[in-house]
Design a protein around this ligand. Structure first.
Ligand code: HEM
Length: 269
């Protein structure tokens, strides 16, 4: 098939999956922004995007996009290396920054995937996956309802290594997205000199705004989590109790585990 057999077809697949992933990352960043200002509304969005059929279809589509993008990336890189042989180490006249990001797209992609694995374990596995499995995740001996997104932010960002790992992931994502943004248009045949310059400028702004927002979110979540904000807020505590009752009504085991645990006091107070 043309999309797998020809080099242009493969680049087009990279470009189309790349555009969809940029749109997902932008949407995700805006959704997290809700948690900064309206944490209760954020939990409502998390509940809406739980194990419902529409959210599951979106998640499966997203996973397919990531997998296709990664497989084609490795394939294209190996193909380019084979075609260029030892000349890939030759000195070229291209600018240093462009050269660095474009040469290291695979490595940058691997750092982003490593970040993603940690991130999915911290959030997705405890939220959507837990809901699919009809269970409540137990943290520190306490059952937490999967809709309580802000409690998972509390747990993740109160650990000091979380913002460090996230910021490393964001930096890699900045380079990866910044380069990928214009190069996917170029791959799709849009290599007009004037437009490539404009696309590089749009790509740089777009990527920088998205990544700056992610960094700001990681900093605010860390400061708030260390103050225990998502544990102590009255409105949130009420919402956690309602989520737990919803889970219990669905006959999912989401009862407090032990009186002595910190999170239990948070939810039950
Ligand atoms: C401050 C930074 C971030 C926070 C607080 C955050 C938070 C979350 C939360 C709460 C979920 C679970 C949503 C649910 O299952 O209902 C989630 C899922 C996810 N996040 Fe993030 N995220 C951040 C950054 C990122 C970045 C930079 C990427 C991509 C490179 C990313 C990729 C994903 C993916 C792929 C999912 C799974 C989506 C699905 O359920 O289908 N996240 N994130």
């Amino acid at each position: 098939m043309w999309l797998t057999c020809s080099s242009i077809g493969r680049k087009l697949v990279m470009a189309v999956t790349g555009v969809c992933l940029v749109l997902f990352v932008t949407f995700h960043c805006l959704m997290n922004g809700v948690a900064l200002f309206w944490p209760e509304a954020y939990n409502d969005v998390c509940a809406f995007l739980g194990a419902n059929w529409y959210a599951l279809i979106a998640s499966i589509g997203l996973a397919a996009l990531f997998i296709i993008h990664i497989i084609y990336a490795v394939w294209l890189t190996l193909q380019n290396r084979k075609a260029r042989g030892s000349s890939r180490y030759a000195v070229t006249s291209r600018p240093v920054q462009v050269e660095w990001a474009s040469k290291n797209m695979l490595v940058l992609g691997i750092v982003v995937v490593a970040f993603l694995v940690v991130h999915l374990i911290q959030f997705w596995a405890k939220m959507q996956l837990a809901e699919i499995c009809e269970s409540c995740v137990v943290e520190g001996g306490e059952a937490i309802p999967p809709q309580a997104g802000t409690l998972f932010i509390q747990i993740a960002f109160s650990q000091i290594w979380t913002p460090i790992v996230y910021i490393i992931g964001f930096v890699a994502l900045w380079f990866h997205m910044n380069h990928g943004f214009w190069s996917m248009f170029q791959s799709a045949g849009w290599d007009n000199d004037v437009w490539i310059k404009r696309l590089k400028c749009i790509g740089c702004w777009w990527t920088s705004i998205v990544i700056a927002l992610f960094v700001a979110q990681a900093i605010v979540f860390t400061v708030q989590a260390r103050k225990g904000f998502y544990n102590d807020n009255e409105g949130l505590k009420q919402q956690y109790i309602e989520f737990r009752e919803e889970m219990n009504a669905k006959h999912v085991e989401c009862e407090p585990a032990s009186e002595s645990v910190e999170v239990l006091t948070i939810i039950n107070e």
